[in-house]
Design a binder for this molecule. Sequence first.
Ligand SMILES: [Zn+2]
Length: 471
Amino acid sequence: MRFWLVFVIVPALVIVGGISFLAWRQGVPGVRAELAPPLRYIGLKTPLGLTLTAARGGVESAELRLVQGQGRAVLARQSFSGGALQQRIQLTVEGAGLGLREGAATLEVFARDGFWRPLRVDDRPVLTVPVMLDLTAPSLEVVSSTRYLAQGGGGLVVFRARGAARLGVNAGGRFLPAYPVGPADAGLFAAMVALPWDAPTSAPIAVTAQDEAGNTASRPVSSEIKPRRFPAGTVDLKPEFLAAKLPELLPGRGAVAPEQVLPAFLTVNRDQRRTAEQTKRELAARTAPRPLWQGAFLQPRNTKVFSNFAETRVYRYRGQDVDSQVHLGYDLASVRQSPVPAANSGAVVFAGPLTIYGNTVVVDHGLGLMTLYAHLSAMSVKEGEEVQKGQEIGRTGATGLALGDHLHYEVLIHGISVTPLEWWDARWIRDHIGKPLREANVALLEADQPAPDSEERPPAPARTRRSARPR
Ligand SMILES: [Zn+2]
């Protein structure tokens, strides 16, 4: 044993170990920064969310800068204690207060962790992102609008906008998109407006325009909302009706035990109804950006309205009030399996079973306007097919939550159910949809025609006949 070797090997090991240790320290990655959502523009008010992740030692501090040539603005400077490996910075950048010009700029993120390294590496940004600084809100001006709207009714607004990416109307708490109309360089847009049946008459209506940077302009629309009275009714649920219907509405569940009839019905009446409402909203996104319809909408021949729009129904079962729902269309009765005509020209966007509505066809008429035909026994059109006004699209029936053969008919504007009465009335269309277009000099609809024959005239909404059958 050559003892003196210890004096060579041990220091060598210490040196090698020390160097390896320092190299490892130096090699541990620094803080990683991630923007979510991604950032492309900085506008007058832009939300910015940044996640900082340290591999070791915890995030200690961060600084966000916006750099433009020689110009520089510090957006945030933050220190953290506690040594957490992840930190989130959330702020709203007010672009106009930065002292920078509109145009290209770079967001730089600096961050350091609490991990010691032989050489400092935090003088370089951990993230750089090219952004556009846009400090100009879109220009926006209301040109014309339907003067009188009603609860559960429709209308139209024409406005002029420049420099916007997202345009529409906020009405009754909902956003209704707009579509370009008129000559390409006129900057004109039209949006159909719908007020839910329960929108307050004081509901604010405003056009809004937003650009890519999120800069938003908004102008009030001077329409008046008239109140409407809606009926109330009662539906008596017969146990034998439910026993016969529930297996159809809850397929895969098999026979429903007597004590399960009521909860099963409530699942159908609440959850399936909600699902159908969701589907209506989703279908709205598939509307054509121009009107496909012309003139008054057709009421099927020889039909009577036996249940009204926005009727609040209390459901009774074995002498108890068990549920309450609002009926969002007209029930039209004629003879069994009568032909169902497309109320106007358009394109089929849905044809199939739709929860409580049974076999259902939805026809898009453009600009967000659609008609829905439910409880059909047969459907003679397919999704994607174009239909002409009056063309047979199916036959009435009793599929879904319907006992008697009838047509459940709805008019939808961007998925919001409105009264069908307005659209059966050529004069209403002329005064409420045609007029704002004429005032804006936009030729979007054919020359307004009077209703060609008495069958297209609006029938007075019949009083709801009390009936023991669920509709
Ligand atoms: Zn109905």
